[in-house]
Design a protein around this ligand. Sequence first.
Ligand code: FE
Length: 231
Amino acid sequence: MDPNILHNIGYGMYIASSNKGEAINGQIANTAFQITSEPVTIAVSINKKNLTHEFIEASLCFSLSILLEDTPLSFIGRFGFRSGREENKFKDIKFERLASGCPVVLDHCIGYLEAKVINKLDCGTHTLFIGEMTESKVLRSGKPLTYDYYHQVKRGTTPKTAPTFIKGEEDIRSGDRKTQKYRCTVCNYIYDPANGDPDSGIQPGTAFEDIPDNWKCPICGVAKDKFVKET
Ligand code: FE
């Protein structure tokens, strides 16, 4: 078997959200898709360890906010590499709670849909939730972010709890200072001097050593000292 074939399955990038009473949470999900059109049914795969899983089980409701292609990595990191058990991911961002209580993210999103769970499938580490669409709204026009674009262009990484995480997947290359990549030991984000980190004002061509000390991992937010040389 060649796991590389899995990189050729196309996905979008979404924030899947839910609530448990007053508590709300959301997470990055790429495995979401429409199943039928009459009625509109939607599926999303969620890791059983995630807080969003617990919330969907409780409210039987989930929403998907569809991310824009130019969403900053830090915004994706807020929802992708942190746990709602430790912090409120919705702090300081624009969101709204629908009539059901389920939250939807408004920043960096083309729009959202909400679904009521009508069925679910136990898939071992994950549950595939199937929902009938109950609400939806287009907020702005734009290109939706794809999983491929996130990896190839934005150099985003995949947390270990994602359905599409592939063990041992890394971009390994060596070189001098200006080409030496560094890897975040927390989230596996790779800093590549060729790309810099424009979202944080680090221009392409900046060696890792030349990045200011107050720079933070654009995905998980840890400091520079949590990075190691990529060999
Ligand atoms: Fe990181």
